[in-house]
Design a protein around this ligand. Structure first.
Ligand code: LLP
Length: 431
C-alpha cells in the first residue's frame, strides 16, 4: 500500500493536477499528449513581476521573450493583464506575432543574431527597438538604412544559466559584442549621426540566484558608464535580458522579485543618482518566469517495461517536449489525481520515438504507475510547444488554455495531412 504524504509539494498547479475528473475529460475531448495552460497563473506571474518593478523603478518595461511561447492566446492573455507589456523578438516570425497580438512596435525590442539583410530590413521597417548582435550586423544594416536609435548586445565575458547549454554569454557563447569591443561598436553609429542608444545584455537562462542579477547589473552599468563617458552619449534604455528562473524542482525556492528589483534600483542609484525619473528605462525580457509554470504536458501511460532498466512509456516523447533530451533538463512528473503519492520505483520515462535519447526523465523516483494512467509533465509552458517537432512523422499536439477552469482549444493538434500539406505531392501527377 502506498501512503499519501505531503512532501512539501507546492507547485502552483497542484490543485489542477489533483483533479482527475477534469483532466480525464480534457484527455478524452482533446486527446493526448496535450499541452494544458492555466490563464490565472499567467496573469498572476506577469502582475507579480509588474508590481515588483513598479515598486522600485519609475521607467521600466517588461518585454516578454516570445521565443518561450508564441501561442497568440498565451501572449494576448499576458498582454491584457499588463497592457504596458512589450515583446522581445528574435526573428521575423516573432515580430509577426507581436504585431498580430497588437503589441505596439515601440514596446518591442528585436534581438537577432547573425541577422541576414532581409531580416534586418524587416526589423528596421517594423519600427521596433533594434538590438544588434555584432558590429558586422551594423555594417549590413547600414546598407539598408539607419534607425533613429540603436542598441548592441553586450557579452560581458561571463554568463550563468541553469545548465551550461543555456548560458548565453562568456567566452564560449556565440552571442553579443565582447566587452573589449563594445565602445568601438557604438563609435560607428555615433559617427554616422545616430543619437539615441540602448544597451542590452542577456547572459543565461533559468537563474534562481538573486545575487547574480545584482552583480550582473553592476557590470552592465559599469560598462554603460564607460561607453557614455568615452563617446559622450546617454543611454535611453538598459536591458538586462531575461534569465529569471523558476523552481523546476520541489526543493527550490522561487525568486523574490520584489526584493530583487529593490536591490536593482539601489544599483541604479549608484550609477545614475537619486532621481529615478532620470535613469535610463530598465527593460527586462523574461520568458521562463512568465510562462514556464503555467503549462504542463498531459500524457497517457502506454506501457511499462522491465528491461535492463525499468521504463514508463508515454504517448509524449522528445518530439513533444525536447528539453530533457536536449539538455537533460528536469521536469517534475506527477501522477494525475494523486500528485502527492510517495515515490516507490526508479524508472526512465520515455516516449515512442525511435531514438535512445528519447527521455522525459532518467532514473526518476516515481510512485506506482499503471498502463492507462494520466501523468502531467510540469513546467512545460516555456520552451515546450515551441521546441516540439514532427520527428518520426508524429503530428504536434493540441494546446488548451483553461480560463476559470473552462477549456479553450488554442491550437488544434496537427494531422498527418498537415505534415505533408506543403510538399504538394500527388502520386498521380508525379508519376
Ligand atoms: N532575451 C534574449 C535576448 C534571449 O536570448 C533569451 C533567451 C531571453 C530573453 C529569455 O530568457 P528566459 O527569461 O526565458 O530565460 N531553450 C532554452 C532557453 C534558451 C534561452 C535563450 N535565450 C530552455 O529551454 O531552457
Amino acid at each position: 500500500m502506498t501512503v499519501k504524504v505531503n512532501r512539501h509539494k507546492n507547485h502552483p498547479l497542484l490543485p489542477l493536477i489533483s483533479d482527475k475528473e477534469q483532466l480525464e475529460s480534457l484527455a478524452e475531448k482533446f486527446g493526448t499528449p496535450l499541452y494544458v495552460y492555466q490563464a490565472e497563473r499567467l496573469q498572476e506571474n506577469i502582475k507579480r513581476l509588474d508590481s515588483a518593478l513598479k515598486q522600485s523603478i519609475e521607467n521600466y518595461r517588461i518585454c516578454y521573450a516570445l521565443k518561450a511561447n508564441t501561442n497568440p492566446h498565451i501572449v494576448s492573455t499576458l498582454f491584457q493583464s499588463v497592457p504596458s507589456m512589450g515583446a522581445d523578438c528574435s526573428s521575423p516570425g516573432e515580430l509577426y506575432i507581436a504585431q498580430k497580438v497588437g503589441i505596439p512596435p515601440d514596446a518591442c525590442i528585436y534581438t537577432g543574431n547573425y541577422e541576414s539583410s532581409t531580416e534586418l530590413e524587416t526589423a528596421l521597417n517594423s519600427g521596433v527597438h533594434l538590438n544588434l548582435d555584432d558590429i558586422t550586423s551594423y555594417k549590413r544594416l547600414k546598407k539598408i538604412g539607419l534607425p533613429k536609435e540603436l542598441s548592441f548586445r553586450l557579452n560581458p565575458g561571463f554568463g550563468e544559466g541553469r545548465f551550461p547549454a543555456i548560458v548565453t554569454a562568456g567566452h564560449d557563447a556565440k552571442f553579443g559584442v565582447p566587452r573589449e569591443k563594445i565602445i568601438d561598436a557604438y563609435r560607428h553609429p555615433a559617427e554616422d549621426g545616430i543619437k539615441q542608444f540602448g544597451l542590452q545584455c542577456m547572459t543565461g537562462s533559468g537563474n534562481l540566484k538573486f545575487d547574480y542579477f545584482v552583480q550582473l547589473l553592476k557590470t552592465i552599468l559599469e560598462i554603460a558608464s564607460s561607453i557614455e563617458r568615452e563617446l559622450s552619449l546617454q543611454f535611453n534604455y538598459i536591458s538586462m535580458g531575461g534569465g529569471l528562473g523558476i523552481p523546476y524542482k520541489e526543493e527550490e525556492e522561487p525568486l523574490n522579485v520584489h526584493e530583487l528589483f529593490k536591490e536593482i534600483s539601489e544599483v541604479f542609484v549608484r550609477y545614475y543618482g537619486n532621481t529615478n525619473s532620470e535613469w535610463p528605462t530598465l527593460i527586462i525580457e523574461p520568458g521562463k518566469y512568465l510562462v514556464a509554470d503555467t503549462g504542463f504536458v498531459l500524457s497517457r501511460v502506454v506501457g511499462l517495461k522491465e528491461s535492463y532498466k525499468n521504463f514508463v512509456g508515454l504517448d509524449a516523447g522528445m518530439n513533444t517536449l525536447l528539453r530533457p533530451a536536449l539538455y537533460n533538463a528536469y521536469h517534475r512528473i506527477y501522477k494525475v489525481g494523486d500528485p502527492l503519492l510517495s515515490p516507490t520505483h526508479t524508472v526512465d520515462v520515455t516516449g515512442g520515438i525511435c531514438e535512445n535519447t528519447d527521455r522525459l526523465a532518467t532514473d526518476r523516483l516515481l510512485p506506482e504507475i499503471s498502463e492507462g494512467d494520466l501523468v502531467a509533465i510540469m513546467d512545460a509552458g516555456a520552451y515546450g510547444f515551441v521546441m516540439s517537432n514532427q520527428y518520426n512523422t508524429r503530428p504536434r499536439p493540441a494546446e488548451v488554455l483553461l480560463i476559470n477552469g473552462a477549456p479553450k482549444l488554442i491550437r488544434q493538434s496537427e494531422s498527418l495531412d498537415d505534415i505533408f500539406r506543403l510538399c504538394n505531392w500527388d502520386r498521380d501527377t508525379e508519376a
